[in-house]
Design a protein around this ligand. Structure first.
Ligand code: RAM
Length: 361
């Protein structure tokens, strides 16, 4: 069966049956395509034609971990702007909680049923979305993860904010310097299942094995679920449980902001150091009032833009997701696909009192 007729059959099924049934049935009718497409980066269908024309009028759905998180608002707006420039259509769907994994699965299925041409997904969990994403790919939809990955076989490419190893290691380096390489530290993370945070935390632990950190002790990893209130309470809990705590790394924009808010109103302000990943706009006042010395991040709008441009390049056949393929991402320049279909945005920026006023995101 040709893809166009598969799409028509799926549309008819979707109209006639419940979503779950239609999506399952569509997956079933395209079994060969599953084999051909679902190897993601490693064995995407067909050969890339770097000179293929960019298709117009494509619909790309953005599905962040969480819609009401300003970080994702910036990222997805970056995607929207790029899609509009390219003559494509943008939509955004997603859960309001960063731990609503089944909600994310339903949104993938909704986008599949709506027959979008591509989707950009920030995964709350590495495995939970796989069945739904493979169904999407088997229906000819290009799947890009951005910000937080799934297993590589469940998407065509992953647009990463920076090298995960660099991010994990530099967060430890930033905090260790601030505490004079001595004392107890804790991590305040996002959701317990989040692929991006868990990967960074693994590299933080690797970095801590270096003898220069022999007097630094990681006492706990706490989870604030990218929820402001839960992150605030977890910070309070860490300080109660570990009265000698010298520093906290929070690799989440929601977590670091809530931790800064707690510290700034407490006797620990300026004494317990805080670093990690935050937006300059969220953190400016805590840098100015002496709660925070330095933290880092990439430009979320650029991450969204690169995710959009990658999805369009895939849908236009310019790339398939294989290692070594290159493509032009508009004014952002040329990007090369790395191992396991990973594309790195670039190097993050470290913000401190000297440069923070130069950034507005
Ligand atoms: C939060 C989310 C996101 C992460 C940033 C740093 O907004 O957890 O996935 O990349 O923080």
């Amino acid at each position: 069966m040709r893809r166009a007729s598969i799409r028509r059959t799926c549309a008819a099924l979707a109209a006639a049956t419940s979503l779950a049934l239609a999506v399952t049935a569509c997956g079933g009718t395209t079994k060969n395509d599953v084999n051909k497409d679902s190897g993601a980066a490693a064995s995407s269908a067909g050969k890339a034609d770097p000179n293929a024309a960019t298709k117009k009028g494509l619909t790309v759905g953005f599905l962040p971990k969480q819609v009401n998180n300003p970080y994702f608002t910036s990222a997805d707006n970056g995607g929207k702007k790029a899609l509009e420039e390219l003559g494509e259509k943008y939509k955004e769907v997603g859960p309001s909680s960063a731990t609503d994994t089944s909600g994310q699965v339903s949104y993938v299925n909704t986008l599949t049923q709506q027959q979008v041409n591509g989707m950009a997904v920030s995964a709350q969990d590495p495995g939970a979305l796989c069945t739904a994403l493979k169904q999407a790919m088997s229906n000819g939809i290009k799947v890009v993860t951005y910000d937080s990955d799934t297993k590589p076989e469940c998407r065509n490419a992953f647009v990463s904010q920076a090298s995960a190893e660099d991010l994990g290691r530099t967060e430890v380096q930033l905090l260790a310097e601030q505490i004079g390489y001595k004392g107890e530290i804790a991590i305040l993370s996002a959701a317990q299942t989040a692929t991006n945070q868990n990967t960074w935390i693994d590299y933080m632990k690797e970095e801590l094995k270096d003898p220069k950190y022999k007097d630094v002790k990681l006492v706990k990893v706490a989870y604030g679920n990218d929820d402001a209130q839960a992150s605030f309470q977890q910070t309070q809990g860490l300080l109660q449980q570990y009265p000698n705590l010298k520093g906290i790394i929070s690799p989440t924009t929601v977590g670091i902001k809530a931790a800064a808010q707690y510290l700034s109103g407490s006797k620990y302000k300026g004494k317990v150091k805080l670093s990690g990943l935050g937006t300059p706009n969220d953190m400016r006042k805590y840098v100015k009032n002496g709660t925070v010395e330095a933290f880092e991040l990439w430009d979320p709008a650029k991450l969204g833009e690169l995710a959009a441009r990658t999805t369009v390049a895939l849908a236009s056949g310019q790339i398939t997701g294989k290692e070594g393929e290159t493509f032009k991402a508009g004014d952002m320049g040329t990007y090369t696909i790395g191992k396991d279909g990973v594309i790195n945005l670039g190097k993050p920026t470290v913000f401190d009192a000297k440069n923070i006023d130069q950034f507005n995101f």
